[in-house]
Design a protein around this ligand. Structure first.
Ligand code: GLN
Ligand code: ZN
Length: 763
């Protein structure tokens, strides 16, 4: 059984659907509007449409080039369920793991490598009993086969599954899930046996953990685990040929390790990584007969890119192995479906772009070049190169005024008054109680708000009508917060469709899409904007809303901005200059906005940087430079704020320890972070770090509809006040409330205020 690896493939395709069909189906199922059979039928329809689409774009129907990369919610959860590490009774049970239900909290969720996708963190301990508990992968392969497709099943590999898992509650101190590798491998062997019996010729095991230096395992430990895992899987009696994919960064010496096992194909990310020349000799010898799958088409970004350079990289791979295939660097789950599906994008800009479908075509082109020679694709390469030249010289890409302002900045622009001075000035100006309560910014985006926005876009509501509707909503939200007794209020962000797009729509240098959705987690999608040119702010963006909101209350109203790193992280960003330069352009626009907010009487400004962690490079060597520019851009944005203006920031994750130095360097007066899902474990990290600025570890997990009870909240707060100096402590939810319903929001906030008052009396 030695069917060759396909010459062109992709590591995965968006699964949410061109019109977010999966989101709609899954959410309808959650609401009880459709039953499980209907959900399954819709998902199958989506998988069928995807296979047909991929075939029409140039992948083969019968050569294993189409990956079976569907998931109802998350691929890590899928793998955990498959090997019995998470118990799911049917689809309802599967979703309960992800979202929690009356009887259990949801699994923790965290960022998938340096992408904006979030996976669910499996909990594995010595007690976990691995067994093949789901045959969904086999069933989907057979579903394709029945339609005449020979596809390639995809599953998260054993090393990555375990390395991304966390120790279960039952596990002893210091336990590491990866120590269970030998126990989980037989389940993978059994699964591979089933796939082979079903007729699969190739299976793909995703092992991005092998490229990461941000996990608790060292590179050596991960490499040793890879040798063990693929030693065992390679020797399995009955199995498809194995393609191990290592996306998101350079594989380094682990390439030779994998080459030393019996797997038949290895995928390397050649967008983020390279194969250093000194590795060539040893790798070449080890590779004997294996296929090297070059991830040369960027799965992470939407630029059409330099196709000729991509083809040249594949040429270099041929010096390592005669068997080379073209692929994407990562799954295409991080990019939208189709540039052709964007009626409103400027035609010139469109010619510089490639979404998932265009990237599939690029792969098909490169595959053609590999099999027929460069001449066969010379016109496609030339067209892509011409688009690059056109982009470089187009108006708006480089704006002299923006560049001159940046070049003229003095170091003082990046610093505020010393923290002690700020604390005193802010205390005098704001007069807040101990353990001040606040929220992260957004309140539920009701159907009414969405309808008003849709009506505005459709021209059925004029700007005045829309603004009236938003002002009415802001008034409601302010009144509600006063009733609840919160201390620092927000306007609720009803006017924002999205915390990045809202700014992107008002800044020069950005374009926004209509159908460019990408999955963020589960059924949640975002529509990243496209940052294509130099950024500047033609007019204030948030000031009138904040001024209005402050006029309704005597309590402090937080102005609400999205920080430069997050604006970059959640947009598709130009790739023709250092990210730091782009971030500083955005920072200057925000700096001007903060000055205008102060002018409008706003005394607290929150600059959200939920994405600071997610852009952190996977390689340690790259991290200092990243932290330097990312922190620098935040400081440039906030460095002009007055001493008495309290600058808040919000970070959407609880891995405080990983970026504590960065958080410290941001020098925000108050930082709110996620903490509820990990039951406040983070307060110990905060204590250990000696962090001395204001800190609000989230007490309410807003990713779930569950309402935390007063007792539970009191317990979390009691832990916090026992651990962190009370003058530093703030009380807030984990994140914005916009995806929540009003009932659970009001109940949860009421409980938060009640619990805070009780704990306040004791401190
Ligand atoms: N201020 C934003 C909100 O509340 C923050 C969202 C986020 O951190 N993702 O929606
Ligand atoms: Zn958040």
């Amino acid at each position: 059984m030695t069917t060759p690896f396909p010459t062109g493939t992709i590591l995965g395709y968006p699964r949410i659907g061109r019109r977010r069909e999966l989101k709609r189906a899954v959410e309808a199922f959650w609401r009880g509007d459709i039953d499980v059979a209907e959900l399954e039928a819709r998902a199958a329809g989506l998988r069928r449409a995807t296979r047909e689409r991929l075939a029409s774009l140039g992948l083969g129907r019968a050569d294993s080039s189409i990956p079976e990369s569907f998931s109802y919610y998350d691929q890590v959860l899928d793998a955990a369920v498959t090997v019995g590490a998470a118990q799911a009774d049917g689809l309802a049970g599967y979703f309960a793991l992800a979202r929690g239900d009356a009887s259990r909290a949801p699994l923790e969720m965290t960022k998938w490598f340096d992408s904006n996708y979030h996976y669910l963190v499996p909990e594995i301990g010595p007690e976990t009993e691995f067994r093949l508990a789901s045959d969904r992968l086999v069933a989907e392969f057979l579903e394709a086969k029945a339609d005449g497709f020979l596809t390639r099943p995809v599953i998260v590999g054993p090393v990555t599954l375990l390395a991304l898992a966390k120790a279960s509650d039952a596990a002893p101190e210091g336990f590491r899930p990866l120590s269970r590798l030998a126990d989980v491998l037989p389940v993978y062997v059994e699964l591979l046996g089933r796939l082979a019996a079903a007729g699969a010729e190739w299976a793909q095991l995703d092992e991005p953990a092998l490229v990461s230096e941000s996990l608790s395992e060292t590179a050596d430990e991960l490499r040793a685990a890879a040798a063990t895992a693929y030693g065992v899987l390679g020797r399995a009696q009955s199995r498809p040929q194995l393609f191990v994919a290592a996306p998101y960064a350079a594989l380094g010496a682990t390439l030779a390790t994998l080459a030393g096992t019996e797997v038949e194909a290895i995928g390397v990310d050649l967008v983020r990584g390279t194969i250093p020349a000194e590795q060539f000799d040893c790798t070449r010898d080890a590779l004997k007969g294996k296929t090297l799958v070059g991830g040369v088409v960027d799965g992470h970004n939407i630029w059409r890119g330099d196709l000729a350079a991509a083809f040249a990289k594949l040429g270099l791979l041929r010096e390592l192995s005669p068997h080379v295939a073209a692929s994407t660097s990562t799954s295409l789950q991080h990019v939208p479906h189709d540039v052709a599906d964007e009626p409103l994008l400027d035609g010139r800009l469109k010619s510089w772009l490639a979404f998932a479908d265009q990237k599939v075509e690029q792969v098909a082109t490169l595959a053609k070049g590999l099999s027929e020679g460069a001449a066969a694709i010379s016109s496609a390469l030339a067209e892509a190169s011409a688009a690059l030249v056109d982009r470089r010289d187009a108006p708006g890409v480089r704006v002299p005024a923006v560049r001159e302002r940046l070049a003229g900045l003095a170091p003082a622009a990046f610093s505020r008054a010393p923290y002690d001075e700020r604390v005193a000035a802010q205390q005098a100006a704001l007069d807040l109680p101990a353990l001040p309560t606040t929220t992260i910014g957004s309140f539920p985006q009701t159907g009414e708000i969405r309808r008003a926005r849709a009506a505005l876009v459709a021209g059925e509501l004029d700007a005045v009508g829309y603004e009236d509707a938003m002002r009415a909503e802001i008034s409601r939200v302010v009144t509600l917060q006063e009733e609840l007794g919160l201390d620092v209020l927000v306007h609720g962000e009803p006017e924002r469709n999205d915390m990045v797009q809202y700014f992107a729509e008002q800044l020069d240098g950005f374009a926004v899409t209509v159908n460019g959705w990408v999955q963020s987690y589960g059924s949640r999608c975002t529509r990243p904007s496209i940052l294509w040119g130099d950024v500047s702010r033609p007019a204030p963006m948030t000031v009138e809303w904040s001024r209005f909101a402050q006029s309704l209350t005597a309590k402090p109203m937080k102005g609400m901005l999205t920080g430069p790193v997050t604006i970059l992280a959640w947009s598709f960003v130009r790739d023709d200059q250092p990210l730091g330069d782009t971030a500083n352009q955005v920072a200057l626009a925000l700096r001007d906005e903060i000055a205008d907010l102060e002018g409008a009487g706003i005394g607290i400004v929150q600059v959200d940087e939920p994405a600071l962690r997610e852009l952190l490079p996977l390689k340690r060597a790259d991290q200092p430079a990243y932290l330097d520019w990312s922190v620098g851009s935040f400081r440039l944005a906030t460095g002009g704020a007055r001493t008495e203006t309290q600058v808040h920031t919000h970070l959407c994750y609880s891995e405080f320890g990983v970026v504590i130095d960065a958080i410290r360097a941001l020098d925000a007066d108050v930082t709110s972070i996620e903490a509820a899902r990990s039951r406040m474990e983070v307060v110990h990290d905060i204590e250990r770090s000696g962090f001395d600025h204001g800190i609000g570890p989230g007490v309410y997990d807003i990713h779930s509809p569950r309402v935390p009870g007063v007792a539970e909240l009191t317990e979390l707060l009691t832990l916090a006040v026992a651990t962190i100096p009370n003058r530093q402590l703030w009380v807030n939810p984990d994140c914005g409330l916009k995806t929540r319903g009003y009932d659970e929001t009001v109940a949860s906030l009421r409980n938060i205020v009640t619990a805070t008052r009780a704990v306040r009396e004791r401190v």
